[in-house]
Design a protein around this ligand. Structure first.
Ligand code: GDP
Length: 177
């Protein structure tokens, strides 16, 4: 049957969080537009992008929010989290410091976000094999301890990026449908 592009069954708001420079914007652009941006981002980032997925026969519109650099100033507002049902907490596997920030991001989530939000921990930049500082097992460990889903991605070569978003959307769909 013919469908209008605005005619979706479910709208899911998913937010991206994590330290500046871990690759949040690139995960978004890879997932929504299949693009990688090798240069620094434009001064004014987009607030969100959308992508439609079909999950168990439902047309699911994923609205994915990017911080647009606000995380640098610790200025992520309540509006950013409002209505969000999923989050991708991204760190950079080549930057231990970004991994050490995870507890701070989790407490921010607990403070601002809904307690039943689906959270996926994402270790990004796996393509930089010889620069890796955070072993996969460390990511798995904290994810298990904190009850998060876990995946490693490369926005650059595209590996697992679709899977990261699709797994979160599928999990949420299973809860809300
Ligand atoms: P954000 O601040 O978290 O949104 O990070 P960006 O998406 O702006 O990425 C920061 C930098 O890391 C940019 O120079 C990107 O090109 C680079 N980058 C992002 N993802 C990857 C990746 O998977 N692999 C590699 N090698 N570089 C990446």
């Amino acid at each position: 049957k013919q469908r209008n592009p605005d005619d979706f069954d479910i709208l899911l708001k998913v937010v991206l969080i994590g330290d500046s420079g871990v690759g949040k914007t690139n995960c978004l652009s890879r997932f929504c537009r299949n693009e990688f941006l090798s240069n620094s981002k434009p001064t004014i980032g987009v607030e969100f992008a959308t992508k439609q997925l079909t999950i168990e026969g439902d047309l699911v519109k994923c609205q994915i929010w990017d911080t647009a650099g606000q995380e640098r100033y610790r200025a992520i507002t309540n509006a950013y989290y409002r209505g969000a049902v999923g989050a991708l907490l991204v760190y950079d596997v080549t930057r231990q410091k970004s991994f050490e920030s995870i507890p701070r991001w989790l407490s921010e989530l607990r403070e601002h976000a809904s307690p039943d939000m689906v959270v996926m921990l994402v270790g990004n930049k796996t393509d930089l094999r010889d620069q890796r500082e955070v072993p996969t097992e460390q990511g798995q460990e904290i994810a298990q301890r904190e009850g998060l889903m876990f995946i490693e991605t490369s926005a650059r070569d595209g590996s697992n990026v679709d899977e990261a978003f699709t797994r979160v959307a599928t999990e949420i769909h299973g809860i809300v449908r």
